[in-house]
Design a protein around this ligand. Structure first.
Ligand SMILES: Cc1cc2nc3c(=O)[nH]c(=O)nc-3n(C[C@H](O)[C@H](O)[C@H](O)COP(=O)(O)OP(=O)(O)OC[C@H]3O[C@@H](n4cnc5c(N)ncnc54)[C@H](O)[C@@H]3O)c2cc1C
Length: 331
């Protein structure tokens, strides 16, 4: 146990820039590393990604392990798990942080299994216990109705962190750090998966995960036509439209709009939940919203217990009145 040292974050990028979650992980990793008086490192894996190394330093890393190889052009479970296993065994960090993203959700548990340790998924708070020096990992459970606190006695302690749960540091271009290349040393014939095609999700307007205002619609909206009214309100508030699972399954909205346990996690300033019941699977994707407004015709719906403000009524009557009032205020 004594040989494990330092905090490491797994870096993700979007189109040549650090993903927002990576800057957030660097911010929180920096605080943990400072508490332990140890170093913060970042791991960057990909192809043609050398430019990202300096960006991670700018956001707080002391050193960066970089694996730049055409083999890693696309994320593939088998190759990325193998290379991360190699990096972790070589560097032996005490703590490894990843984003609660599709990559992090795929990678963290598999890596934990290979390293004979555990992973705590979807944390919203991380701290160092002053006595044991172990990482205290807090995550919402039961759809955000309770918080569970974990610590892990096996190393590395692995946690994934929800988007927007942590704050990035101000970027500082004068920060210096060491960039350490690592050879993947992976036999391409051991990679069993092939990426045949990549389909880019076309998003009009603001991305759901980045929106400060989200209008979430549920089964009670009843049709794709109904969702158009939600889009009108979202546009007015410079926000985005999300949904529960049934509207996605019905094809009223694209699958990418799903919020929840098996969808996206959002933490906007304002979440307006329209005609959705507030199932725990949905709430686990939006319980980080700062303010929650619910519109539901059933006074017993769980969402009304979760909401800060609520209107009991038919959304077809409530929403147009709400939209008109917003229009009036904005003009
Ligand atoms: C493994 C697993 C994973 C899942 N993952 C997810 C996930 O990621 N995200 C997700 O959302 N779900 C997920 N689900 C599904 C989840 O369990 C619920 O079934 C789903 O969230 C319910 O969606 P809903 O609230 O839109 O529908 P319902 O529960 O049917 O609620 C509809 C609501 O609309 C209200 N309503 C109806 N008409 C009107 C009206 N005219 N005006 C006002 N209110 C009205 C009703 O009162 C009701 O409260 C998952 C389920 C499983 C088993």
């Amino acid at each position: 146990m004594a040989e494990y040292k330092g905090v490491m974050i797994y870096s993700e990028d979007t189109e040549g820039k650090l993903a927002a979650i990576t800057t957030e992980l660097l911010g929180c990793g920096r605080a943990l590393a400072d508490d332990l008086a140890q170093e913060l490192s970042a791991v960057v894996v990909g192809s043609g990604i050398s430019g990202l190394a300096q960006q991670t330093i700018t956001y707080g890393a002391d050193n960066v392990y970089i694996i730049d190889d055409p083999l890693f052009k696309d994320y593939r479970t088998d190759s990325y798990v193998s290379v991360m296993e190699k990096v972790v065994k070589q560097v032996m960090p005490q703590i490894l942080l990843m984003g609660q993203t599709s990559v992090g959700r795929d990678l963290a548990p598999r890596l934990a299994f290979r390293l004979n340790t555990a992973a705590t998924m979807g944390c919203v708070e991380l701290a160092i216990d002053p006595g044991s020096k172990l990482m205290i990992q807090t995550k919402p459970v039961y759809g955000g109705n309770a918080q569970a606190i974990f610590s892990c006695a096996s190393f590395p302690q692995i946690a994934t962190v929800r988007p927007k749960a942590m704050s990035p540091l101000e970027p500082d271009t004068s920060r210096k750090g060491e960039v350490i290349p690592i050879e993947a040393g992976l036999d391409p014939s051991t990679i069993r998966t092939k990426v045949l095609e990549k389909v880019k999700e076309e998003v009009e307007g603001i991305k759901l995960e980045d929106a400060e205002v989200v209008i979430g619609g549920g089964r009670g909206i009843g049709s794709a036509e109904g969702f158009k009214q939600l889009e009108e309100l979202a546009k007015m508030l410079k926000g985005a439209v999300g949904a529960t699972r049934p509207p996605c399954d019905e094809g009223w909205v694209p699958a990418g709009a799903q919020i929840g346990q098996t969808g996206k996690i959002v933490a906007p300033d304002l979440y307006i939940a329209v005609a959705l019941s507030g199932s725990c699977q949905h709430m686990s994707g939006c319980s980080g919203s700062k303010t929650l407004i619910a519109i539901n015709k059933d006074p017993e719906a769980n969402i009304l217990r979760e909401a800060h403000f609520s209107v009991v009524g038919d959304w077809k009557k409530v929403l147009p009145a709400f939209t008109n009032k917003i229009k009036e205020l904005l003009s």
